[in-house]
Design a protein around this ligand. Sequence first.
Ligand code: SAM
Length: 250
Amino acid sequence: MIGSLRTIPSVRIVGAAVLLAIAWVQAAAAQDFASERRRMVDEITALVRETRAEIGKGGFDERVMAVMARVPRHEFVPADQLGSAYRNRPLPIGHGQTISQPYIVALMTDLARVEPGHKVLEVGTGSGYQAAVMAHLAKAVYTIEIVEPLGLQATQRLRKLGYATVEVRVGDGYYGWVEQAPFDAILVTAAASHVPPPLILQLKPGGRMVIPVGAAFMVQQLMLVEKNLDGTVSTRQILPVAFVPLTGKR
Ligand code: SAM
């Protein structure tokens, strides 16, 4: 009896200490991610300056950089990649696929010149990270993923994080999303051997498409495809890149 009377307060103290420790670890983890995100943004800024000659500017749109500083990339990577979530490099997300390098996500978003009223199509949802970034800048984002488990995971993740303006579809993005066309901007986040004609058709006059074009498992060229107001198309090579291939039966 005496023993139990003596242990109850100490159990309470230990319990309180454990709760405090958990709260401290959670706060520290949140804090670390905020500082890691800032470091990631600094690395992107430095890389933009280094690649100024290729991309034709020394800095990205401030709105794009503000979104990069805000979107929690650690929510889009598998648990075993958590420690690398804010490294400026692509990371595996399962099924042989990757979440793109943050600098490339920022570059593609910047090139797309997304405005608040815009409707955007993404081909290659992957983790959903690029779609989340665009959701902060556009009115609506439609994103297509060919690997069903990835598409389903991204749907759940985006819903859990509150991205209500992003719609995910499982299917072959080569053919676009006819029911939602035309789009102000289209981002293709897998390497295509050519610019898919259905995507050109689904781009609005004045719209911009950003797409890596080249052979699979080789270096490709990131291309900016602009549909002029008269319906003609101009293309510009931006930068050599390495994306996973655009797959599908064609
Ligand atoms: N945007 C993604 C993100 O933020 O995590 C990264 C995309 S990852 C580099 C390329 C994705 O394109 C992969 O998930 C792959 O399964 C998908 N993909 C490949 N071919 C596709 C196709 N024909 N239609 C739709 N998605 C495709």
